[in-house]
Ligand binder design. Structure first.
Ligand code: EPS
Length: 389
């Protein structure tokens, strides 16, 4: 199994992560990890913080001479903004004057502030928001980049794109792998449809002006996956359920759909299920459609995996919503320091990372092995089995 854990506060010293379960001998490309970190920071509608941070990973363990050792990898990404927060976020005891403490006491509707404050008894909501912040997802993207490097060894690739933002276009975009692959890395919203992208940008500008925020939908697509990852045999082995949890855990994601997921519930079966055909030449079972999004019974079926994340708008608004001061219990405007207007393209990159980590884990379960070579032999043996089916 491939597993990871992260630690770090948004304005603390650094984000760190430990990744466990990669076999020995996987080539690790640190530039590629940094490239993924950069992709996450990109996107029209991000706020001032992204001008401060230029995320770069340091690998502290688990890699020697460019190859994994089979031991846990420890990763670290510095928070450049930490320099401005050393007193407020000091790990040592401090007795700061109220005006210097940056205490948060007006919870933002939609954020973890109030629910977390009640749960932990935190009288300074900063104790909650520092960890609830989506800053943590930089660490996930670094872990996901490692999972992607494992997947590459087995011929799988992952991409993401924005298919709707702030309700535009009215019908979410449906695009081929080729169209998605052609999106330039500097596309402002990682959207393949130029016209749609332009109208999204105009909407973002309008909402920036109004002090408001926007959500949207991203789609993650993985291709080159062998059939047979995941399992129908137990509820927690089903890959659709595992992917849904992984994608739902991304901040602001409130809905996850696989393939035609949402639309499928209102259509008859004849318009939903993908009919099966056989290509005698390649000895492959094939489908003309892929409404199942590459998963049947919680198992990959060899088609492209397609998973959508529906994001609510960011909960920090420049024109704040009504809230209550936790000291006075009087109605007040929610706290605001600075914020992004929308993060849908960034969430897509995080979606790629979370998908890669789940798929990487499923690959490890199926093909095992302590070294990459052993894992590849098991993989080739299985491919042989598929060809003889
Ligand atoms: C976030 C608020 C903003 C975002 C942040 C997530 O940060 P700050 O409060 O420092 O302005 O920019 O996202 C990141 C720092 C990041 O790396 O994505 C929040 O409240 O969730």
């Amino acid at each position: 199994m491939l597993r990871f854990t992260t630690a770090g506060e948004s304005h603390g010293r650094a984000l760190v992560a430990i990744v466990e379960g990669l076999p020995a001998g996987v080539p690790v490309d640190i530039d590629q990890i940094n490239h993924e970190l950069k992709r996450r920071q990109w996107g029209y509608g991000r706020g001032g913080r992204m001008k401060i941070e230029q995320d770069e990973v340091q690998i502290l363990s688990g890699v020697r001479h460019g190859l994994t050792l089979g031991s846990p990898l420890a990763l670290m990404i510095d928070n450049k903004d930490w320099a401005n927060w050393t007193e407020v976020m000091a790990t040592e005891a401090r007795d700061l004057e109220p005006e210097k403490s940056r205490r948060v006491k007006r919870p933002r509707p939609g954020h973890a502030d109030l629910a977390g404050g009640l749960k932990f008894g935190a009288r300074d909501l900063r104790n909650i928001l520092e960890r609830a912040s989506a800053r943590e997802t930089a660490a996930r993207v670094a872990c996901g980049a490692l999972a992607k490097q494992l997947l590459t060894q087995f011929g799988a690739e992952i991409r993401s794109h924005v298919i709707q933002l702030g309700g535009l276009p009215e019908k979410p975009l449906e695009l081929s792998w080729e169209a998605i692959s052609a999106i330039r890395e500097d596309a402002p919203l990682r959207c393949a449809d130029e016209l749609a992208q332009q109208s999204m940008i105009e909407l973002i500008d309008q909402k920036r002006h109004e002090g408001d925020t926007l959500g949207g939908i991203f789609e993650v697509v993985a291709r080159g996956l062998v059939p047979g990852l995941g399992s129908h045999t137990s509820w927690d082995g089903k890959l659709d359920g595992r992917l849904a949890q992984a994608v739902m855990s991304i901040p602001a994601v409130k809905g996850v759909a696989i393939g035609a997921g949402v639309e499928a519930s209102s259509l008859p079966g004849s318009e939903v299920h993908d009919e099966i055909a056989y290509n005698a030449e390649t000895k492959d079972f094939i489908r003309a459609t892929n409404r199942a999004g590459g998963l049947e019974g919680g198992i990959t079926n060899g088609e492209e995996l397609r998973i959508r994340g529906h994001l609510k708008p960011i909960s920090t608004l420049r024109r704040p919503l009504r809230s209550v001061d936790i000291d006075t219990k009087q109605e007040e405007a929610a706290a605001f320091e600075r914020s992004d207007i929308t993060v849908v393209p960034a969430a897509g990159v995080i979606g790629e990372a979370m998908t890669a980590l789940v798929l990487g884990s499923a690959l490890r379960e199926k093909f095992g092995g302590d070294s990459l070579g052993e894992m590849k032999r098991n993989f080739e043996g299985y491919r042989e089995q598929l060809r003889g089916y």
